[in-house]
Design a protein. Sequence first.
Length: 508
Amino acid sequence: MDYWVAGFLVLTAGIILRSRLWFRLRKWKTRDGEEEEQEKETKKAMIPKGSLGWPVIGETLAFIACGYSSRPVTFMDKRKSLYGNVFKTNIIGTPIIISTDAEVNKVVLQNHGNTFVPAYPKSITELLGENSILSINGPHQKRLHTLIGAFFRSPHLKERITRDIEASVGLTLASWSHLPVVHVQDETKKMTFEILVKLLMSISRGEDLDILKLEFEEFIKGLICIPIKFPGTRLYKSLKAKERLIKIVKKVVKERQMATTDTVRKTSPANDAVDVLLRDVSDGGSSDTPSQPLDFVSGKIVEMMIPGEETMPTAMTLAVKFLSDNPVALAKLVEENMEFKRRKLESGEEYNWSDYMSLSFTHNVINETLRMANIINGVWRKALKDVEIKGYLIPKGWCVLASFISVHMDEDIYENPYQFDPWRWDRINGSVNSNVCFTPFGGGQRLCPGLELSKLEISIFLHQLVTRYSWRAEEDKIVSFPTVKMKRRLPIRVAPVERTSHIPVEDH
Ligand code: HEM
């Protein structure tokens, strides 16, 4: 009987214990579930607010309409006032988070931990290929970036390229004065392409340059197009042009490879980007190259033509446009450059890179042009995992657009942002955090390696233009979609002038 009682007691205790355990487990489970739910809710609440618009097309039409207007930033401003500095939308079928916040943009650009990768439309990725310098991420991108950046900043190149740019600009401007009308956008494009090709592979004016230009133009027509690839489509034609382009470049690279002996490599500095890349390949620097070094180098040269090809002429064209509309700024620019020319004539010295860089008002004009032009209005990235920035969540797989134009045209940062005011850069004098609030060349890991070179090129162009010529611009309008350009390609009439002394300018 005692056994029965003992057994009953053990059984009851067991049942009580099990049920308590079960309850506790359930409680834990519920708590885990609740925590998970809560975490999900918190994360959801951190996703920037906004509207995804209509099915499929999202808010694309409003985005494009603003791009065609005189104030492309209206799209962002409207949503910023409704949802805050960082908001979500849907453009061209892609849900996207747009940041108009300078600090959020900075974190996206710095990209610590490689959480973001560049996100381009499909047509661009098709044309660039998977391993393009513009789309790769991680150590390989870093290495190429450092290599090219170091070459673009090297004293040897600076000296050589200054002379090359002066010569190209001189010849181009001289030809302008014989033309009844000059379309600045087209003519600067020819000139900057010539300089770019010289920098990349030392090809000068002539038949080779003309063929290269023809094929390159056909190639880049497909950068923004419907990504369908069969004979007859735009993308197909562009891919074929790329093949022909690579073939021409490969010939140049091969000849250079054969002419570059070990002694040449060791004793003379690299003259152009072909030299830099070939030497790196021979030193075993680029891990994925040994099997096809010629293809690798030729591909990289073609890719490097893309970011400089349209940005440079656009910057020059818009500088001419803004100066034409602002005679006081133009007079001050003439004054500074005439004074500089006079000093150089007196000393009999050649102009060098640092001379051009020391022209402070000229650089104010360049900065103000780049701020207002927003040639690259922002950069697109894709998040590889959930990223939290300043309390906002960018969920894994989402695209983010770090909008530079919104920051450059923000009246809380720049007083009267729509006014072309080169003097503002003297007044700002450190009060605007220029690393964060002024990013025409991007920043962080992918900061444009052509930054200094671009500024030099624009300085030389402006110097020669304002010290030797005068011009009258016809009425024209800036369009910002799909890329920044002048609606009528900025027609001007140019005449040579004999400026003897500086023109005094009233204080601004
Ligand atoms: C006014 C002229 C220019 C502007 C406004 C400009 C702007 C930019 C911007 C914003 C980026 C960053 C893109 C990103 O983060 O995804 C960039 C990258 C780049 N730029 Fe420029 N650029 C200019 C001229 C040039 C020139 C003349 C070259 C010379 C070849 C050049 C070569 C490059 C290259 C190779 C990259 C890619 C860097 C990388 O991803 O590692 N750019 N540029």
